[in-house]
Design a protein around this ligand. Structure first.
Ligand SMILES: [Zn+2]
Length: 429
């Protein structure tokens, strides 16, 4: 190694190690704050909710939140160990070397490396996914899956992942090798096209492989919902009920798709728990996201961010220190594109973690805007009771640590949402 390569490589190793340590300390600190805050408020329902939420429900939410944060801490430690194992401790390099004797040079070798990595990571993740479903969710009465369904889901999603992922990966690797220095621009364009296509294909072709989507049949509700949508100037291809209860007791509703594939999906669990006016209010909130163009804004910012990411990757793939600094011995006689992709995907989240609060903040602002829209179209009363029912049913804590909320929460805390709704309600009625 030349001196300048050595120092660039050493610099990257040090930077990566330092940023990783910093993010672990920060995440640990935030989680312990959340644990302390939730535990301290476990035995008293906050005054604003005293009439609507029982102490038992409040305590269940606290215990569920604590269990999830603790599991998160374990996942964080495991994730950091794996990340170090793959990179600085040489795991990815070893896998790359181990595959060479079995594969021809070129595309075969590159795809084998990607598949090998995904398979090993998938197997390591399995016990955690099992634990989360059959121990954690089970303990709080949320899990409705049988082991058989869990296994069938796993096989199905692996198969679909391979059928879609392999050709995509092969195409991107081909672009990296064949389209010259600006490969990252072509790859970005292709990746964006694929993501747009997925927005249309996912709700109509992929989601139905996992759940049943039946047209909404309750005529009264249908009439209400259709009237609301007309009032808001909306046309959707259809109103559907999804059998969410097949897997989990958690309730939800969402608006999905694009253009002609646009549809409203209610979980059966949601319809079972909310009254018709409350369903209206929840749907109005979702429509608010559309009215305020939140979806488009999110897609545009995702496009811009990934352009920056691809450009950075385009630069990094040509730097030897990018590989050596992260514990990988690059191939001398064949392409390193798959190695570069994997390293980038492994290491990037460590750095992007620090901008996550900006996106969480933006998301919370969007939630307030959608709430305000729903209050104008329906009523603050119905939206509040709907939200509280959902918080209670999902055992979401009403007393999160404020700083933890700022960092991680995509939705504002319940108390803030209700306070804002009450504040704007009188102006409307
Ligand atoms: Zn929302």
């Amino acid at each position: 190694m030349t001196d300048s390569l050595f120092s660039a490589s050493f610099l990257l190793t040090s930077l990566f190690a330092a940023v990783l340590c910093l993010s672990l300390v920060l995440r640990y600190w935030l989680s312990s704050r959340q644990i302390r805050h939730v535990a301290q408020h476990r035995n008293t329902v906050p005054a604003a909710f005293a009439d609507t939420i029982s102490l038992a429900a409040h305590q269940k939410a606290a215990d569920y939140t604590l269990a999830k944060v603790r599991l998160g801490l374990f996942e964080m430690a495991l994730g950091a160990a794996l990340l170090l194992g793959w990179t600085l401790l040489g795991g990815l390099s070893a896998l790359n070397q181990a595959l060479i004797p079995f594969t021809a040079h070129g595309m075969g070798q590159q795809l084998a490396l990607l598949v090998g990595f995904v398979a090993i990571s998938g197997v390591i993740d399995l016990p955690l996914s099992w634990y989360q479903t059959f121990v954690l969710e089970q303990r709080f009465g949320f899990n409705k899956m049988t082991f058989r369904l869990w296994l069938a889901d796993l096989l199905k999603s692996s198969l679909i992942g391979a059928l879609i992922g392999l050709p995509i990966a092969a195409l991107i690797l081909w672009m990296m090798a064949a389209t010259g220095k600006l490969w990252w621009l072509w790859a970005w364009l292709f990746w964006m096209g694929f993501n747009l296509l997925l927005l249309v294909v996912y709700p109509t072709l992929i989601a139905p492989l996992f759940n049943k989507f039946a047209p909404l049949e309750d005529e009264t509700l249908k009439a209400r919902v259709t009237a609301l949508m007309q009032r808001c100037g909306f046309s959707a291809k259809g109103l559907f009920v999804m059998d969410g209860s097949k897997r989990s007791a958690h309730a939800n509703a969402y608006f999905t798709g694009f253009g002609a594939a646009k549809r409203v999906v209610f979980y059966d669990t949601l319809l079972a728990k909310l009254s018709a006016p409350e369903v209206d209010a929840v749907l109005a909130h979702e429509l608010g996201h559309f009215k305020h163009k939140h979806i488009i804004k999110r897609i545009v910012s995702m496009f811009a961010l990934s352009l920056a990411g691809f450009a950075l990757l385009g630069y990094l793939t040509r730097q030897v220190w990018f590989y050596t600094g992260l514990g990988v011995q690059p191939n001398l006689s064949s392409a390193n594109d798959a190695l570069a992709l994997l390293l980038f995907m492994l290491v990037m989240p460590v750095f992007s973690f620090f901008i996550a609060p900006l996106f969480a903040q933006l998301s919370r602002r969007h939630e307030f805007e959608a709430d305000a829209y729903a209050v104008r179209q329906t009523s603050a009363q119905d939206l509040s009771t709907a939200l509280l029912k959902l918080y209670e049913d999902n055992a979401s804590t009403l007393t999160p640590d404020p700083l933890y909320v700022r960092f991680y929460y995509s939705h504002p805390a319940a108390s803030e949402r209700l306070a804002r709704m009450q504040a704007i309600a009188p102006a409307v009625h």
